[in-house]
Design a protein around this ligand. Structure first.
Ligand SMILES: NC(=O)c1ccc[n+]([C@@H]2O[C@H](COP(=O)([O-])OP(=O)(O)OC[C@H]3O[C@@H](n4cnc5c(N)ncnc54)[C@H](OP(=O)(O)O)[C@@H]3O)[C@@H](O)[C@H]2O)c1
Ligand SMILES: [Zn+2]
Ligand SMILES: [Zn+2]
Length: 454
């Protein structure tokens, strides 16, 4: 077994969609072939994004079934390809090691060619050969499968180490929802002196308010259809004002020319687009990030001409955007509002999400499932229970002496003497999902390997 490998199975299990109407079923699927520049992750959490719903029902066109959605993935690295440490990537992905906690968002690959204008410019999210995390194909035509699964496998370039201060459940929605609002906010100058409007207070929208605040905007305005989310937006998320577009007939006139920038997360085509543009100041920018299944409403030329406004769109974020977003989230404590739902409820959770019931992001916790198995597996072959100590994370930054002590303790628990050869040293995981996996793998002491030890 390679020293950077704790997993070799080429069959994964996950919640698979077989067509646009049947419920997801928990079954096996075959991930992409493992390449030298890939990693494999034991998934602990995965957010549910509006895009999952559009894709599952083939809303934007026929999906490539069987399909495993989920692109707000958090998990623990269990396998690192031999070429990852040599990546010439500015993404720092070459630093990823077994045991690291990482996140994967909505993009799993781009062409990464030097002659690709987008990739060479660090805008992989606009590469013409972009590979989404699911419902997409890699260059070798193998299918990309997402995070509604026990495992994710894919290129290290699009996996990101999660700052220690961000809990996994809260970090998950940042990987797609977070960066999708953060990237245009930053690109179009959200910050001190600016008034920003966020339209649609759902998964993306509530993160839009949080990030606009974190970026230091003077004024953040939540724009929603009804009053039902006003208290959350103002008292909880920190918006300065709240506009209701269905319940206040005069809203567009009353608030005209008040905003420098609008981020629109609405995912239905029947939105009052002309009125949204009325809210912009001269030279203001309207960025559409929501992706309705039908064409946007028509505009008259005067909506653009009268104030010289710009109407544009934005696609997720680049790897560099994701890293900056994670840093800001860690620094300013940008924590999504999440509702944890067990993975067994995935079909009911998807229906609730589709009905607009999420407040504001559902998060499927695979770790619930894994930890249930852990209770069975947390006994090693010599009958010693793995103590709570062994659940504590081992950080890369931990003092070498402390790391060694804890490693030896683990060896003891597993019956391997402190003089065991390196191939018999073990570390039991950083996170619940990994603990489960490694405890299972290492339950026979005679089969210990140096996998996971570093
Ligand atoms: N551009 C990208 O890269 C990117 C990335 C991720 C997701 N997306 C897309 O972004 C959209 C939103 O995703 P999400 O996860 O945030 O979904 P979500 O949680 O369901 O939020 C969507 C929000 O849109 C508003 N809305 C829904 N129907 C509306 C209507 N008929 N008129 C006006 N507003 C309406 C609602 O806000 P109120 O109740 O406040 O009105 C709702 O909370 C989806 O289309 C998704 O595919 C795009
Ligand atoms: Zn998404
Ligand atoms: Zn490219």
């Amino acid at each position: 077994m390679s020293p950077t490998t704790t997993s070799t199975s080429d069959t994964f299990k996950g919640w698979v969609a077989h067509n646009a109407t049947s419920p997801l079923t928990f079954t096996t699927f075959t991930p992409k072939p493992f390449k030298a520049t890939d990693i494999e992750v034991s998934v602990s959490h995965c957010g549910i994004c509006g895009t999952d719903i559009h894709t599952l029902r083939s809303g934007w066109g026929p999906a490539d079934y069987p399909c495993v959605v989920g692109h707000e993935i958090i998990g623990t690295v269990v396998r690192v390809g031999s070429g990852v440490s040599t990546l010439a990537s500015p993404a720092a992905s070459w630093e990823i090691r077994v045991g690291d906690r990482v996140g994967i968002g909505a993009q799993s690959m781009s062409c990464l060619r030097a002659d690709c204008e987008a990739c060479a410019d660090g805008q992989e999210n606009y590469c013409p050969r972009i590979t989404g995390t699911y419902n997409a194909r890699y260059g070798d035509k193998s299918k990309a499968y997402g995070g509604f699964a026990e495992r994710w496998r894919g290129p290290a370039h699009f996996a990101f180490r999660i700052p220690d201060s961000l809990p996994s459940a809260e970090a998950a929605p940042l990987l797609c929802g977070g960066v999708t609002v953060f990237a245009p906010l930053r690109k179009y100058g959200a910050g001190p002196g600016k008034s920003v409007g966020i339209v649609g207070i759902g998964g993306l929208g509530h993160l839009g308010i949080l990030f606009a605040r974190a970026l230091g905007c003077d004024r953040v305005v939540a724009i929603s259809r009804t009053l039902s989310k006003k208290k959350d937006a103002i008292e909880g998320l920190g918006a300065d004002a709240f506009i209701t577009t269905d319940e206040d007939k005069n809203w567009a006139r009353a608030h005209s020319r008040s905003l420098d920038l609008i981020i629109c997360t609405v995912d239905a085509a029947d939105m009052p687009l002309t009125q949204y543009l009325r809210l912009l100041k001269v030279d203001g920018t309207f960025v559409q990030v929501g992706a309705p299944e039908k064409p946007l409403p028509q505009l008259t030329a005067w909506s653009l001409i009268q104030k010289g406004v710009k109407v544009t769109g934005s696609n997720i974020g680049s790897p560099e955007d994701i890293r900056q977003m994670l840093r800001l989230a860690a620094e300013k404590r940008v924590l999504p509002w999440i509702q944890k739902r067990p993975m067994e409820d995935v079909n009911a959770t998807l229906a609730d999400m589709d009905a607009g019931k999420a407040r504001y992001r559902y998060n499927r916790t695979v770790s619930d499932f894994n930890s249930r198995n852990c209770r069975i597996r947390r006994t090693c072959s010599v009958g010693n229970r793995i103590s709570e100590l062994d659940n504590r994370p081992i950080r890369n930054a931990e003092h070498p002496a402390a790391r060694r002590t804890r490693t030896l303790r683990r060896q003891h628990i597993h019956g391997a003497g402190k003089d065991s050869p390196p191939s018999q040293r073990i570390e039991i995981g950083n996170h619940p999902g990994e603990l489960d996996d490694q405890a299972f793998r290492y339950r026979g002491c005679s089969q210990l390997s140096d996998a996971g030890f570093r």
